[in-house]
Ligand binder design. Sequence first.
Ligand SMILES: Nc1nc2c(ncn2[C@@H]2O[C@H](COP(=O)(O)OP(=O)(O)O)[C@@H](O)[C@H]2O)c(=O)[nH]1
Ligand SMILES: [Mg+2]
Length: 325
Amino acid sequence: MDTTSPYAGWASKDLTDPELAKSFRSGDVRALARAISLVERRDPTVRSLEESLRDSHRAPDVVGFTGAPGTGKSTLVDAIVSLLRSEEQSVAVLATDPNSPFTGGAILGDRIRMQRHALDPKVFIRSMGARGHLGGLSLATREAIRLLGAFGFDQVILETVGVGQSELEVAAVADTTVVVLTPNLGDSVQMIKAGILEIADVFAVNKADIDGHGRVVAELRTMLNMGPKADWKPPIVPTVATRREGVEKLWEAVLAHRRHLEASGRAAELARRRLRDETAEVAAELARERARRALEEDQGLAERLVKDGTPYRTAEEILRTRTDN
Ligand SMILES: Nc1nc2c(ncn2[C@@H]2O[C@H](COP(=O)(O)OP(=O)(O)O)[C@@H](O)[C@H]2O)c(=O)[nH]1
Ligand SMILES: [Mg+2]
């Protein structure tokens, strides 16, 4: 069990919300939802919550679904949720939309589609938006995943909306990334442009009930064969999400990739690197906050900065001399 915390070592102010931690521990899903909102807002309360949840830290398995809008990601995820529930596994779905300033209620269509699971306490579905934080979504997503693990979820599924740099960042949070394509050639062109093919551990070629499906699979195979030899060759799984066809095979492929990560030692390496990256991001966030506050509170410092025009020196001075956060 890894209890390393990106906030460890930072003096935390008295921001504890014991009620929240208590409800969270008792398995109150509203406490979980609230904690995720705090994470999204970058609210410092999360730090004390993290401290009080240290002993229940548990890293869940994370699989990400990415691909152009309309390829059937939500339908596939919904089918996988059903599959996991039939195995008595608990599952949380985080739908992330880097372009959406809205949270909680965003991606309404997806929420409606997955409503069949709405009354199941072992299923948690939640969307997260970026709220204008550059890179903030992947940080918030990582923290949300940690909360979901502490809450006790076995599996976490990420669904990203759209294709772009921020989707890649979010996908990098997952242990296994499933790229969803369809017989629509436009999708694959978009994917290639966005560099999304490279991040695929598994391909789902969805809408196998539509013409042109075989051609996309063949193209993909050719493309993969042209790439450098790697120790993992992404399997290509045809699916018809609406009829739940191929979904078990798809999940099998995800599990096979997980076993590969474990067997090759990559899983542990990835976990370690992620925690380090996250800690660096959190440190940057805290330092930025500290600098902003110092320049607001210390007029002398702010004046000197304007007079000398030395942001580096001033930043270093702030980091050296101020210890608050
Ligand atoms: N024909 C066909 N339609 C599908 C399939 N999977 C999903 N769809 C439809 O494609 C549309 C977009 O699906 P959705 O899951 O919302 O895609 P997302 O935007 O990638 O999450 C919906 O109307 C689905 O019913 C499939 O396998 N075959
Ligand atoms: Mg969707």
